[in-house]
Ligand binder design. Structure first.
Ligand code: HEC
Length: 167
């Protein structure tokens, strides 16, 4: 039994060392000018953009602040997966390149995700406690998103979006 345990521990060590050789994807860090960033193309009050940067940008922008353990496999792989998936759904750094219709729907989804406490992801807030949004924070983001959505009204005739919304 004892030698089995030793063998098992050794096996774990070998696997953990081995996976360090899995190549890491390039980091999600860009130095490009963010001309299409949401706060470049729309009015976002400074306190609201700080909330988004603090709670969402690690997975929904072109710049992630990596913790030290992001260099360790399989964590690196796992984080990269979240970032790729998160960015694929919504990228605040490129928000302005979406069609207005898409932007509108993304704002709608942002409100939904926040109201339902789906975002920021729980696996993230366990470690990043400061990314948890208070009720006031949620209200602030939701009000901002609603106002921005209303400002898109001129793009859509009242019958397309607004009637759908009130149904
Ligand atoms: C730890 C990474 C992470 C953080 C932080 C994070 N998200 Fe996400 N987000 C994801 C991933 C992964 C997905 C895609 C899978 C899913 O929907 O769960 C996603 C999806 C979304 C979607 C699309 C949902 C849908 O069903 O279409 C929205 C909107 C969104 N996130 C908003 C936010 C907002 C707003 C914040 C900050 C308050 C935030 N996210 C923080 C990882 C993250």
């Amino acid at each position: 039994m004892k030698s089995f345990l030793k063998f098992f521990l050794l096996l774990i060590v070998i696997v953990l060392v081995g996976v360090q050789f899995i190549p890491k994807a390039a980091k999600n860090q860009s130095t490009k000018m963010e001309t299409m960033a949401i706060d470049q193309v729309h009015q976002v009050p400074p306190s609201t953009i700080s909330l988004l940067k603090n709670s969402c940008y690690d997975c929904h922008s072109n710049n992630t602040h990596y913790p030290w353990y992001a260099n360790i496999q399989p964590v690196a792989w796992w984080l990269n997966d979240h970032i790729e998936e998160g960015k694929g759904e919504l990228n605040f750094s490129e928000f302005g390149s979406y069609s207005l219709r898409r932007q509108y729907h993304k704002l709608e989804e942002i409100k939904e995700q926040i109201e339902e406490d789906e975002m920021p992801l729980e696996s993230y807030t366990i470690i990043h406690q400061n990314a948890v949004l208070s009720d006031t924070d949620k209200q602030e983001i939701n009000n901002w998103a609603s106002n921005l959505m209303d400002s898109f009204q001129h793009v859509y005739p009242a019958d397309s979006i607004h009637r759908k919304k009130s149904k």
